[in-house]
Each structure stands twice: as C-alpha cells, then as structure tokens.
Ligand binder design. Sequence first.
Ligand code: ASP
Length: 349
Amino acid sequence: MFSELRNRRSFLASAALTTGIACMPAIGQEKNGKQRFAIALHGGAGQSPRDDTAKAVEAALAKALDIGLDVLKKDGTSLDAVEQVIRFLEDDPLFNAGRGACFNADGKHELDASIMDGHTLGCGGVAAVTTVRHPISLARLVMEKTKHVLLTSDGAEKFADEIGPTIERVENSWFDTDRQRRALEREQAREGKQSRLGDTSSPLTTHDSPLTDSHFGTVGCVSLDTHGNLAAGTSTGGRTNKKFGRVGDSPIIGAGTYANNATCAISGTGLGEQFIRHAVGFNISARLAYLKQPLKDAVTEVLHKTLDPDDGGLIALGADGMIVMDFSTAGMARAAADSTGRREIKIGR
Ligand code: ASP
C-alpha cells in the first residue's frame, strides 16, 4: 500500500517533470532525483566517557557509519546495513555488545539482540546467549529461518548449533574486558554497601549508576534504503551485575527495537525495564500511525514525558528519511548520515 503510494508519487513527479512543471521531489527522492537513503546508529546512552575513550568511541562510530553507508550507496538493503554496522560494533571492546559485553552477577556474559524488517514486519531476537560472537546475525537467522520471533538461552544456542559454522562461536571468556570487570566490581561493592546499610530494595536504575566514567555501550542501528525499506536492530550485554536470566529490552520487538515502513524504525538504549514497561519502540510508531504525530514529537512524548529522566535514549528514522536522535541521560554515543550529505557523530549534547 505504502509502496503503491510511493510509486504513484514517483510517477506523478516524473510526469510533472516531463511536462516542465516545477514540483516537489517524489517521496523517497532527493531534489537531484536520486533515491533517498539514511542511517543512524548509537553506541549507548549514559554518562559521557572520558576524553581518550570518547575519541576512540567517535572513531568507531565513524567507521560503523561508513560500513552502513557503503551498503546503502550500493542500493543494498537496510537489513544488511543494520546487521553489518552492528556486527562491527559487536567486535569492538569499547561497546557493551559482543566483545566488551558487561558481566552479569555470576561474572559471565549473557547477550541479547534483535532485528526487524520494516517492509515485512519480519523480526527475530535472541536473549541470554553465551557463546555467539555476533548475536545480531543469529537474531536475523531467527527471523529468516524459523517461524518464531525470540529464542532464548540454551534454545538459542541449540539453534546456533543447527545453523553451523555461519554463526561463529566463542568461549564465554572471549567477551571479557578489564573495563567491564572493573564496572562489575564497582557495582557489586555499591550493592554490598547498600545491603550492609539495610537497603535491600536496590532497584537497578540508571540514576544511581556507578558508571560515572563510562557510557553504557549498547549498540543499535536504524536504516532507510533506496528501495524505501526501513530496518532496525539492537545488540547488548545488558546491565552490569544483572541477575540470572534477566532479559532487557534490546531483544524485545516493540520495546528496544521496532521497524515498520508505514511509520518509523527505532533502536533504544538505557534502562531496559523501563523500555519494556512502556513498549517504547511500538509506542512511538503507534503515535505516528494513530495520532499522526510528527516523529520528533512522538519521540519527545515517550522519551521525556513517559519515561523517567535519565532512563536512556534512542535513535529514530522516519519512512521519509527524517532522523531523530534524543536522550535523557548526560550523553549518548550516536552518528547519522543520509543522501543529502548530512553527516554527524556526537557523544554529548
Ligand atoms: N537497554 C539495555 C538493557 O537494559 C542496556 C543499555 O542500553 O544500556 O539491557
């Protein structure tokens, strides 16, 4: 229906051009007649990292952006752009995804990821995987090769076994980094102190996060390709010191990840429990669909009026190529580019 509309607009625009009538570019086209594309990515919301880390994070975001742009400029698909960008970031120990994932309370890593195709609403996710080097690729295979949407833990590992060598496996310790071990030690010391003081409630919030020298580091990407299709994906190690089996929003379609060609593509980062509670991805999409809100307003409404201050951030991309990157934390590592030549890489405000 949407692509019919787009085709009709393209036809009308080219008809107007051939008759010499000045007109607006068709949906999906730049003024020069080229098909529009756009991409945005994030490397987690939270405190801004220290200067030396910030530089390295920005360099990694720039490379990731180029990987995605390369796919889109060659008329590749949004799904490929999203998967390749996230695979790259999963391999970078600076981010809390793949290598560099945070430790859970048992000193192990359990990784979550999901991906969604805005054209078909096909989607796939994996939660609490422990040996998969690129959880985003396994999530894509859940979407493409099963009739399910989310596989967890041992089941997801068995699925990876069935797929075979296309899905690279590693020891759980392969994800270890000193940076994340120190974060675990700090968090456990803080929780120990709280329980010694008799405060056992200790809800996991971003507000009292001890990661003052660090960004949270979840990674995500949203893309619009030259075929007019949106996609979104997110990958994370979750939260430092999380309890056994805890699953956040990143592998949950409609919470941390959502894409629908009729509305927008979203990838979130922050306090997963809040993003699940308020179905952040679907919530924003629904505001566009039902209330006809502009993307920016829908993001503001959910991020700043529904969620609590400091809960996190998100990247959003409209079907028309509009990019919104917003957060309620001190910073969010983020980058964006599109076919108009826009290019932006930032961490702080
Ligand atoms: N949203 C992720 C989770 O709760 C963490 C993050 O984005 O920092 O698992």
